[in-house]
Design a binder for this molecule. Structure first.
Ligand code: DX5
Ligand code: ZN
Length: 229
């Protein structure tokens, strides 16, 4: 994984067919996905349950791009090694997930993963200031985590802009997660985001047997951002 600020679309498999993850991942990669975003939820940190490290390990062999694992779990420290062993390239933890985020980020890098740090919509951008030299990616949540298909929270655009200024020339990707569509994507791209997570906006209308809509949906997000350059 090399660092750059080019636009990357990361479909979230939260909106894929849960009975067919391997084929869904292969289909969406063939249709132009840059990364695969994997939402891990525990029913405690967020009000929904998805899957754990065994599922991540099973789908790893179907991913040819980047496995971007978003941990919405607390506690998180006891599970870092298991998700690293499952093959996560990027392992993102929430700044709100525990009292010792500094130690958690050290553990993610020690496990050999790129370290991602996510902020809920209600968390101020200043929370990441002491941690900038410990992270490879910062994920600005533009919905309250837990579910796909929620409405984009517009106030997060300004947070992205402030974050972009804070980061300066550090090699840190800015990811945006939640409610990304062809309408909202240009707002976050212009503010400084480079990884756009999209669940429903990518998987809507397609399927493994009819994957062309995945490609159309990905291109619609890209094209909406292209007008900026
Ligand atoms: C929300 C997840 C997101 C979600 C995005 O808790 O972290 O990755 O799947 O879904 P959409 O794009 O449908 O908002
Ligand atoms: Zn996510």
């Amino acid at each position: 994984m090399t660092f750059d600020r080019s636009l990357k679309i990361a479909p979230s498999i939260l909106s894929a067919d849960f009975a067919n993850f391997g084929a869904e991942i292969e289909a969406v990669e063939a249709q132009g996905a840059d990364w695969i975003h994997v939402d891990v939820m525990d029913g405690h940190f967020v009000p929904n349950i998805t899957f754990g490290p065994q599922l991540c390990k099973a789908i790893r062999k179907h991913i040819n791009t980047v496995m971007d694992v978003h941990l919405m779990i607390a506690p998180v420290d006891p599970y870092i090694q298991a998700f690293a062993d499952a093959g996560a390239d990027v392992l993102t933890v929430h700044v709100e997930a525990g009292p010792h985020i500094h130690r958690t980020l050290q553990a993610v890098r020690a496990a050999g993963c790129k370290a991602g740090l996510a902020l809920n919509p209600g968390t101020p951008v200043e929370a990441v200031a002491p941690l900038l030299d410990m992270v490879d990616l910062i994920c600005v949540m533009s919905v309250n985590p837990g579910f796909g298909g929620q409405k984009f929270i517009t106030s997060q655009v300004e947070k992205i802009r402030q974050l972009r200024a804070m980061i300066g020339d550090r090699p840190i990707n800015i990811e945006v997660d939640g409610g990304v569509t062809p309408e909202t994507a240009p707002l976050v791209r212009e503010a400084g985001a480079d990884v756009l997570v999209a669940g429903s906006a990518v998987f809507n209308g397609g399927s493994v047997s009819d994957p062309a809509p995945y490609g159309q949906n990905i291109r619609a997000i890209r094209t909406a951002c292209d007008v900026l350059v």
